[in-house]
Design a protein around this ligand. Structure first.
Ligand SMILES: [Fe+2]
Length: 432
């Protein structure tokens, strides 16, 4: 009898250990992250420790994940699940490893109705995954400064990531440099990425298979038919994400799509984002290179003809930003008074906010967003940048707040300035 019981105990223990081991190996090895938001849908992606059918449970409360979407019966490691039929501007909790395993941090909020004007906060990062894991401490600091600024909360309405998510499009770097640091933000904030030159290896195969981007107009805007460049709407904002890395023969298609997309746009605000800058005195001086001149000739007139308000760029790992400018199509150093719509700082408490009408050529602010993990190696001050910060120690990020007819932009530096503040620059644009 005793022998039989011992046998059953061993069997029970074995089954228990097997269950633990299966449970452990099925756990997620890349935490879930949100993409392609709209007012009725969202895409959730993650990686599991072994091949399992992907399943998302969601509902109105952590302990009430009453709905579910099954990806397929296939056992997969890489998962991408679209949840649709949702209510606009509504918070849902979710779990990718069982209906009882939701957490307070695992939620998504569907986008507001297109054209409505609630307050929207966008966190902007650039060059975050470049170069190797040695920079992880700075990356973590960039995330920590964002959280601290944002009321001890990681959540934003959106993240724009302006390229160079890796050093050379490697899966290891994507996980260790990028996702591991951004995990607490990405779990409840939808991510939109642009392609940087460092993502552009081997036909961007890892970039394109990792990030789900709205090539078919799923988040508003005109379908581009490619994940390399696209647009989307969020509340009263239209954002175009352009690709500075496509081959020369693909450029005409991109510009044709851009024209049509912007012709069809009627949102209050227009933000253009891309990796390589039009104007910068950073490590890659735009006056010394031909490709920024080519983009100034072809892209910038289209954007300014459609009243672009803010141009966000990365690549140079410095913080720089311009006055309110128009039509500076030549070299940065060719600036004349005719290009300056408002030569002030755009600060309400110093010389007043920038003010503009919603019409073509009313002025644009160019911002060079610094690296999230690596700072610049060199810099030369150009005259269009009233505000510029260089140096090995100046990593950080950007916060863009849009509220009705008002846009506030702040540079969050990882270091404190001489007054002890991490907000090194700020400006406001008001639509008249
Ligand atoms: Fe770059």
């Amino acid at each position: 009898m005793e022998k039989t019981m011992r046998k059953y105990s061993f069997i029970t223990m074995g089954v228990f250990l097997l269950m633990i081991s299966l449970q452990f190996s099925a756990q997620v090895s890349r935490q879930p992250f949100l993409q392609i938001p709209s007012s009725t849908s969202v895409t959730i992606s993650w990686i599991s420790g072994r091949g399992v059918p992907g399943e998302v449970h969601y509902g109105p409360a952590v302990n009430s994940l009453t709905e579910s979407v099954i990806e397929s019966e296939e056992e997969e490691i890489y998962h991408e699940v679209v949840i649709s039929g949702l209510t606009p501007d509504t918070k849902y909790y979710y779990s990718v490893d069982g209906a009882s395993r939701g957490t307070e941090e695992q939620y998504f909020i569907t986008a507001p109705q297109v054209g409505s004007s609630p307050p929207v906060r966008i966190w902007v990062i650039s060059d975050f995954g470049q170069s190797d894991s040695d920079q992880n401490e700075e990356r973590m600091e960039t995330v920590a400064q964002w959280k601290s600024f944002n009321g001890n909360n990681h959540h934003a309405d959106l993240i724009l990531s302006l390229g160079d998510q890796t050093e050379d499009d490697s899966r290891y770097q994507l996980q260790h440099n990028y996702f591991n640091q951004l995990e607490p933000v990405l779990v409840n904030t939808p991510l939109f990425t642009a392609i940087g030159n460092h993502d552009n290896h081997d036909d961007m195969v890892n970039y394109l298979s990792t990030f789900a981007l709205p090539s078919e107009g799923e988040s508003g805007g005109l379908a581009s038919g490619t994940e390399k460049y696209y647009s989307f709407d969020y509340a009263n904002i239209h954002v175009v994400v352009l690709c500075t890395e496509v081959e020369d023969e693909e450029m005409p298609a991109q510009i044709e799509w851009l024209k049509k997309d912007l012709d069809a746009n009627s949102q209050d605000w227009l933000i253009a984002s891309m990796h390589r800058p039009f104007h910068s005195g950073g490590h890659h001086r735009t006056d010394d290179e031909q490709d920024p001149q080519d983009r100034r000739n072809t892209w910038l007139p289209v954007l300014e003809d459609h009243g672009v308000d803010l141009i966000l760029q990365g690549h140079n790992h410095v913080y720089e930003r311009s006055f309110m400018l128009d039509n500076l199509l030549g070299k940065t150093t060719s600036l004349t008074d005719d290009n300056v719509i408002d030569g002030g700082l755009g600060r309400e408490d110093v010389d007043g906010a920038y003010k503009k009408k919603n019409a073509p050529h009313q002025g644009t602010v160019f911002v060079e967003v610094p690296g999230g993990g690596v700072a610049s190696k060199s810099f030369e001050l150009y005259s269009i940048f009233p505000v510029h910060y260089n140096g090995y120690e100046y990593e950080g990020s950007l916060v863009v707040d849009v509220n009705g007819n008002r846009m506030d932009v702040k540079f969050l530096c990882n270091e404190k300035d001489e007054k002890g503040s991490h907000i090194w620059d700020y400006f406001t644009i008001i639509k008249k």
